[in-house]
Design a protein around this ligand. Structure first.
Ligand code: FES
Ligand code: FES
Length: 186
């Protein structure tokens, strides 16, 4: 199919791209807009590495044609924060050392941001369920779960937008978060 101009909104900026309308959003983000937060993992919607927010919901950008995001708002990892001013969820992952190679983290973080936006009172079972289909080949699951719990705690507390200090001041412990049985341990 021939290329045609498509206008998309990414990280609060409007872009006009000339491409095949079936081009996966991930390719446009990485190759045309140089936004390399979203990663290419499987290209099949299976691993979660390519997740972005579309209108505030985590979506796998490798299986979304770019035309599907016309008139919608796309947020990538770069739209959350940066190394000097990280988003509270990014800060939670830093605080919990929740990375080895880091390849999966884009998808983990975007999924937790989506959860924090739509289900801020999620407990351990809901967090595990939300992350169940985000794959980590390094086995960092324990730290990622702790980071997600910290992020949800910050979202639920006056500590948001938070830092490690504000989380500590708020008495954060991973066990503060609801367990699978639904109670809080704090
Ligand atoms: S690269 Fe998109 S889900 Fe794996
Ligand atoms: S930290 Fe390497 S894939 Fe998750």
């Amino acid at each position: 199919m021939s290329a045609s101009p498509i206008s998309i909104r990414v990280n609060d900026a409007q872009h006009t791209i000339s491409c095949d309308p079936k081009t996966p959003l991930l390719y446009i983000l990485r190759n045309d807009l140089a936004l390399n937060g979203p990663k290419f993992g499987c290209g099949l919607g299976e691993c979660g590495a390519c997740a972005v927010l579309i209108d505030g919901r985590a979506v796998r950008s490798c299986v979304v044609p770019v035309t599907a995001v016309k008139n919608r708002s796309v947020t990538t990892l770069e739209g959350l924060g940066n190394s000097t001013s990280p988003h509270p969820v990014q800060q939670a992952f830093i605080d919990e050392n929740a990375a080895q190679c880091g390849y999966c983290l884009n998808g983990m973080i975007m999924t937790v941001v989506s959860l924090a936006l739509h289900q801020p009172d999620a407990g351990e079972a809901e967090i595990k369920n939300a992350l169940a289909h985000n794959l980590c080949r390094c086995g960092t699951h324990k730290e990622i779960l702790a980071a997600a719990k910290r992020a949800l705690f910050l979202t639920n507390s006056a500590a948001l937008p938070g830092s490690l200090d504000s989380a500590r001041e708020s008495g954060f412990e991973p066990s503060n978060v609801k367990t699978d049985r639904g109670e809080r341990n704090a």
